[in-house]
Write a protein that binds this ligand. Structure first.
Ligand SMILES: [Mg+2]
Ligand SMILES: [Zn+2]
Length: 234
């Protein structure tokens, strides 16, 4: 069993540059509810950690953020997925809090409150700050190319101070996790999962140099699913 931390905007639902300010503006990404249901059915724990600076900027109230999360969790539950907890940071960039990603505060709080073994945990996000938070908390980072993911891979990947995995979407990641479990061992744990990722065929591995070359093509074209099954960047 893994613990799977999820970023919200750009992973579960569509990103909005002007913040998701109401439930009416919350739009699930294709396949995300299904992916969470698949992971739930496979026995994994799922926890959301999201920055919501729109609160600090006065675009929405705490009550509204919590209402959005209640409805999100309920709709995912209807699809068969369980979100165990939603952590959010309501602070602005300049407030210097410990919870706003790239800081690992939400992940560490979750570890302490829910008793999570970080060796068997991963974080799926669409932004380099998600990758940085994951690395700081000691969980496996996965960058998805939905939301801001493509742009962040292209323009900010060097800001990550450690290796991270790349997958096309939450749905794609869920498929890989389930395959990895099956390939590794029936009782699966984070380490076997990580090993399954790290032993992907060399053609699926990209180094920084190769990545730099590949980036222009990533710009205008989605990776074919078969090839992007998992890419390891170093
Ligand atoms: Mg995001
Ligand atoms: Zn915060």
């Amino acid at each position: 069993m893994l613990t799977i931390f999820l970023d919200r905007d750009g992973v579960i639902n569509e990103n909005r540059s002007d913040y998701v300010k109401s439930w009416g503006e919350f739009c699930f990404l294709a396949g995300s509810k299904e992916a969470i249901a698949m992971l739930t059915n496979a026995g994994h724990r799922i926890i959301v950690c999201t920055n919501q600076a729109g609160v600090a900027r006065g675009h929405l109230s705490l009550e509204t953020v919590e209402e959005i999360h209640r409805r999100m969790v309920a709709e995912i539950a209807q699809a068969g997925g369980i979100i165990e907890r939603v952590y959010y940071c309501p602070h602005g960039k300049d407030e210097n809090c410990s919870c706003r990603k790239p800081r690992p505060g939400m992940l560490l709080r979750s570890r302490d409150e829910l008793g999570i073994d970080m060796n068997d945990a991963l974080f799926i996000g669409d932004s380099i700050s998600d990758i940085q938070a994951a690395l700081a908390a000691g969980v496996h980072p996965i960058l998805v190319l939905t939301g801001l993911g493509m742009e962040h891979l292209r323009e900010h990947y060097q800001e990550a101070d450690g290796p991270f995995h790349i997958a096309e979407s939450l749905k794609n990641t869920a498929e890989i996790i389930l395959q990895g479990d099956l390939l590794a061992c029936p009782t699966s744990c984070g380490r076997t999962f990580a090993r399954a990722l790290l032993t992907s065929p060399p053609s699926l591995t990209i180094t920084r140099q190769v990545q730099a070359k590949a980036l222009p093509s990533l710009h205008c074209q989605r990776l074919p699913v078969s090839k992007s099954a998992i890419l390891r960047s170093i």
